[in-house]
Design a protein around this ligand. Structure first.
Ligand SMILES: Nc1nc2c(ncn2[C@@H]2O[C@H](COP(=O)(O)OP(=O)(O)OP(=O)(O)O)[C@@H](O)[C@H]2O)c(=O)[nH]1
Ligand SMILES: [Mg+2]
Ligand SMILES: [Zn+2]
Length: 289
């Protein structure tokens, strides 16, 4: 039988097939091959006899995958922040975007808790990089229709810091999902309420994936020269800088810098790019050590 993994807990996976859940274990072969099944994976599985768990026999080739959150086969990643409580972490959002691009995953940027006010400046930065952005409130339902239009029929994952309201948004979009949400104490750092990735069917078609919040995310090891390819907003200026192979990190005559000074793209995002470039260059320099 063929199904999709909707949850994994301690080596047991829930595989959904035609609306029915089957609890399965992964065969030892996967462990030997160091390939673990991910939520979102399509798998061949053998259902167990009455009361027994089944077994996952094969993982279908993945369309894409992320390590953090650990998910596969997303049509869209919603990078989720809050207007406040907690303060948006834009460097984390940039890292997630880079990871998504390198994984061939589409992404959009969401700012929740619109009822608290603010957040427009954050969205403006990402709008200038050509991304779809939405300002929503799980509490008041603001932006629900626009969000539904964006996600209907797709497999969509929410990712971001703890307490930005990922689970609350899923409860808004999937009435009856009943995802546990954090309370307001320790809100600045979040309570890490959601502990594992889980796929929930979206009424009208598609799936939503809830994931655990996190605030630390490293980029994988790659040549820093590749970083600019993850910034689509640089595209129109490539080849217009004074120096061939300009990395847009302060070289004289840089057309990207000039565009940021003109307000055509976000200067803040360009500064964070330079910080990530420096970090990546340092890591790359130590790659044999
Ligand atoms: N004011 C306001 N509070 C919200 C909104 N959405 C969620 N919250 C509150 O924010 C807190 C955290 O919400 P969660 O949905 O648990 O956040 P999460 O992103 O799933 O957090 P983790 O599971 O820890 O990653 C809860 O107290 C929610 O009630 C909103 O739109 N406005
Ligand atoms: Mg949650
Ligand atoms: Zn340049």
């Amino acid at each position: 039988m063929i199904g999709r993994i909707v949850q994994g807990i301690g080596g047991f996976y829930t595989v959904e097939c035609e609306g029915e859940p089957y609890v399965c274990k992964a065969r030892g072969r996967f462990r030997r091959e160091k390939m673990s099944p991910l939520v979102g994976d399509l798998v061949d599985f053998l259902p167990g006899a009455e009361g027994d768990e089944g077994s996952i026999e094969r993982i279908h080739p993945r369309k894409n995958a992320l390590e953090r959150p650990a998910v596969a086969n997303l049509d869209l990643l919603l990078i989720t922040m809050a207007c406040g409580k907690p303060q948006p972490d834009l460097l984390l959002a940039d890292r997630l975007l880079i990871r998504a691009r390198r994984a061939g995953m589409e992404a959009a940027v969401l700012i929740n808790k619109a009822d608290l006010g603010g957040g427009e400046d954050v969205l403006e930065q990402y709008k200038k990089s050509g991304l779809t952005t939405l300002r929503v409130s799980a509490q008041t339902g603001r932006g629900r229709e626009a969000l539904l239009r964006l996600i209907q029929g797709k497999i969509v994952g929410f990712a971001g810091q703890s307490a930005v309201g990922k689970s609350s948004l899923i409860n808004l979009l999937c009435p009856g999902a009943g995802q546990e949400t954090g309370d307001l104490s320790r809100i600045e750092r979040g309570r890490h309420t959601t502990r594992r990735a889980q796929l929930l069917p979206l009424p009208g078609g598609g799936y939503l994936m809830d994931t655990p919040g996190f605030s630390l995310l490293e980029l994988d090891l790659f040549d820093p020269e590749e970083l600019k390819a993850s910034y689509p907003e640089f595209g129109p200026y490539e080849g217009k800088c004074r120096f061939l192979g300009c990395n847009h990190i302060g070289e004289p005559g840089c057309a990207v810098r000039a565009a940021a000074d003109e307000g055509e793209l976000s200067g803040e995002r360009l500064e964070r790019y330079a910080a990530l470039y420096a970090e990546q260059r340092e890591k790359w320099g130590k790659r044999y050590g």
